[in-house]
Write a protein of this length. Sequence first.
Lengths: 264, 264
Amino acid sequence: MSPAHRNDGEVSAIGRAAVLLKEFRKGDGALGIAELTRRTGLPKSTVHRTVHELVRVGLLEQAGSAFRIGLLLFELGQTAPRANGLVEAARPHMVNLHDATGHNVALAVLEEIEVVYVEIFRGDRGRRLPQRVGGRWPAHASCAGKVMLAFSPADKVRGVLGGVLPRLTDRTLTDPPALLAELAQIRRSGVAFDRQESIAGVVGAAAPVRDGDGAVLGALAISGPVGRISLSRVDTAVRAGALGISRDLARGASVVRPVLGLGR
Amino acid sequence: MSPAHRNDGEVSAIGRAAVLLKEFRKGDGALGIAELTRRTGLPKSTVHRTVHELVRVGLLEQAGSAFRIGLLLFELGQTAPRANGLVEAARPHMVNLHDATGHNVALAVLEEIEVVYVEIFRGDRGRRLPQRVGGRWPAHASCAGKVMLAFSPADKVRGVLGGVLPRLTDRTLTDPPALLAELAQIRRSGVAFDRQESIAGVVGAAAPVRDGDGAVLGALAISGPVGRISLSRVDTAVRAGALGISRDLARGASVVRPVLGLGR
DNA sequence: ACCATCGTTCCGATGAGCGGGACTCACCCC
DNA sequence: GGGGTGAGTCCCGCTCATCGGAACGATGGT
């Protein structure tokens, strides 16, 4: 009822729980009740009750008087199907690319207006890159994101362009017409480049990974420090890698697990 | 109020949500409303409402008329702190062991009466093993579980012995006194063996991984098909590997992230 | 045309969740 | 010692979101 609207429109108990869980994405480790209260703006007693409930069901775990992600979440996250089949098919190709180039090799999927990295092999100089497996990045400011947007239905792209496009570097494309032109160009060439649009001093290239029906499931990207990486050379490598993954996905057909049950 | 008690004592909305989420651990991919209703025993309309709420907050995602783990869960699972620092420290040592032996190399932590595998490198013949990253296994029927139990406080062990100890093979230790004697022996030797106690035809050895204070954080295990793996030889390798990881953990001290922020 | 099974929607009753506020510690600084 | 600050915990009356039985529409196999 307060005129100021909440973070999201969270009314349900589950919504509040999700708001609390999301605070742990930033990877700050363990958080206390007061810290969560401050960050979420929820009433302290609500945070207290909800967090303890989350501990009871195993989604969080208690470490002293602070709380952190529980192993149940780790367990559930490992079974995320969209990531799973894709990563398994991609890994060998990613290793090859990583060995051959020595640069950062990443696999990402598109979620709303952001990309989520599902696997990363870091290059020699890549230890300091902020991208993490499971982390997010604005789609318009990443070659992986741009290539996935380029092959997305128009309404999805419109959704991205509708919001504000954060400017991460002075080269980030934040102008909708410019971005649309770039996407059209990517659609023609089949590859997207990041020319210091995400991080100053870092460039990269990305190509789409498709399933047997041609639908784009994700993107393979190679990136590295400007000067130490040749985009024209990486261009073909990343295309070949993405095609290889796509072919394996089409052959393996069943994105379903090849694992045997033995329940539990 | 029904005399028959539910699966767990779930009364809260969060509890019901967790019951639903746990159904996805088995890795069956996408589940429909009716399927979830059947498995959980919850009323259909409750399942419907709760699942759609979970989709709204991003914990699940909708694929046609079925539902599956959402990327938010993948993301949260990746930040599970207990697993994270440990895996990062362990990975190089695990790769070495894997290259040197060609057998399955696994890293596990203890949660209640089960182990959770946080990283696995499969050996040549290991494709068919049912253990998965993020999967669980009864602690008493695994060398990794036994070695962690051996160095756990007595009341934790009592909790394990209190319940029923499932018999996975005809060699599984299910007799509390026998198991206690085994744990004492492990405490003396510092290494635990699995002599076809978890899976017929598979043997292995495990050693504890400790932090700087000597507290046991997890266990490193090597396993392989009986006959193709020599326990006496693997014994020393797994001890050395576990010590190496422990040393790196103590040096790296801060189990905290070395990553730079760049929020979101 | 029938039946089975799916997902969806409705709606009255109720109790779980809500949250303001009070409480208890532990700690630090006058 | 006294007073402040900020932590986690607890209480309790109000109320609104949750609950779940039941009805509904869509689908598809026989």
